[in-house]
Ligand binder design. Structure first.
Ligand SMILES: *[C@@H]1O[C@H](CO)[C@@H](O)[C@H](O)[C@H]1NC(C)=O
Ligand SMILES: *[C@@H]1O[C@H](CO)[C@@H](O)[C@H](O)[C@H]1NC(C)=O
Ligand SMILES: *[C@@H]1O[C@H](CO)[C@@H](O)[C@H](O)[C@H]1NC(C)=O
Length: 350
């Protein structure tokens, strides 16, 4: 362990020099290329905006009413602008209502809050997106259910902040708050850019194909589990399934000890690349707790992570440290076919 520290750092320095000009395809924007509300609005090019204002100075006071006003079968982008405020609502975007761009005033200003906990993840979700072609900017989604405390009856239940089940869904500068099962990344191709995700147990889970770019992951402690919770629980079931969770250039920190991931499917696939890992990541890194199959098909991998939680000496025996060639397919927006559908393309600058 002691010996490996300087070697790890040396490795980072040497390999970043070697690959600096090409592996980073898709992930090296210029510093001034910030994707903000106006860039997204311009790229999406919608000519229809529905305003939601909790104080009454808009078309609707409720976000769900605005969603309901989008015609089924819609095929032109519609902006639902949600002004600042705390909206106590449980939102559902049904699959018939596509091409919604839900634009908030910033994740510290526009909040959607509900507090359902349930045995049923779907039923608990504060935001449920079944529609494809959905984009959100600058909104916090929170499940405020009172769980995560020891010896409480609700602890057997789930409290999802967002369930993302549509295809081609992107969140920019959004936040997701809960404890247990925060982000149900259910299915489809997804992109999370500059988002904040908080939780304790299995808090990013599902079977989607997703890139989390520059996201901040904050671990809150949970006294219910002796072994420590897990950030991810990914459910890929077979070798030809394209799902997987890729974290690039983010930061992981928080309270207590957690695993990067636990296997939920036999081919569970999660990659943390170039991510800061604080000491909240336990040395073993990954766990097969509650998964009883062979570990040989698990793809629980890291690439050039750094920080005190990144030392690999005591990692689970099946955990992978990728090299430049192995990580390349995950370091490109092609993993989610992003060039075809993401509204903002700054990341595609080489
Ligand atoms: C909005 O733009 C679409 C095409 O992008 C067009 O079909 C529609 O007529 C426009 N609506 C208005 C009100 O300009
Ligand atoms: C879970 O909740 C959803 C949404 O309320 C519902 O449609 C579904 O039938 C529920 N599933 C089960 C197994 O109860
Ligand atoms: C986890 O994997 C190891 C092999 O590395 C195996 O010995 C152990 O039994 C597995 N645990 C479970 C719960 O399957």
């Amino acid at each position: 362990m002691q010996m490996s520290i300087p070697i790890v750092f040396l490795g980072i320095i040497v390999s970043s020099l070697v690959i600096a000009d090409h592996v980073v395809y898709g992930f090296k924007p210029n510093d001034n290329d910030i994707i903000d509300a106006s860039v997204l609005t311009e790229r999406i090019g919608s000519n229809r905006t529905i305003k939601v204002d909790i104080k009454g100075d808009g078309d609707y006071k409720s976000v769900q009413q605005a969603i309901n006003s989008v015609p089924n079968g819609n095929s032109q982008w519609i902006i639902i602008h949600v002004r600042k405020g705390i909206y106590r609502e449980k939102l559902h975007i049904p699959k018939e209502k596509q091409y919604i761009f839900m634009r908030g005033n910033g994740k510290g200003k526009t909040h959607i809050v509900w507090d359902r906990c349930s045995d049923n993840n779907t039923d608990s979700a504060t935001l449920r997106v079944d529609a494809s072609n959905f984009v959100a900017f600058g909104i916090s989604f929170k499940n405020n259910a009172n769980i995560g405390l020891p010896y409480e009856i609700q602890n057997e239940k789930q409290s999802v902040a967002a369930l993302v089940g549509g295809d081609k869904v992107a969140f920019y500068h959004c936040a997701f708050y809960s404890a247990h099962n925060t982000l149900f990344d259910y299915k489809g191709r997804h992109f999370y850019d500059d988002c904040y995700i908080q939780g304790s147990i299995d808090f990013i889970f599902g079977r989607a194909r997703s890139i989390f770019h520059r996201c901040e992951i904050f671990v809150v402690s949970d006294d219910r589990v002796e072994i420590g919770g897990s950030i991810t629980a990914q459910s890929r079931e077979s070798a030809d399934e394209k799902s997987g969770l890729v974290f690039v250039e983010g930061r992981v920190y928080g309270v207590g000890g957690v695993y990067l991931g636990r296997a939920k499917g036999a081919y569970s696939r999660v990659i943390f690349a170039k991510t800061y890992l604080s000491k909240t990541i336990v040395p073993q890194g990954w766990t097969n707790w509650s998964y009883h199959g062979t570990v040989k098909n698990l793809y629980q991998a890291e690439y050039k992570c750094y920080g005190p939680g990144s030392y690999t000496a005591n990692r689970a025996p099946w955990a992978l440290q990728l090299d430049e060639k192995e990580v390349a397919p995950f370091m490109s927006l092609d993993f989610i076919d992003g060039a075809e559908w993401l509204p903002a393309h700054r990341l595609l600058k080489a």
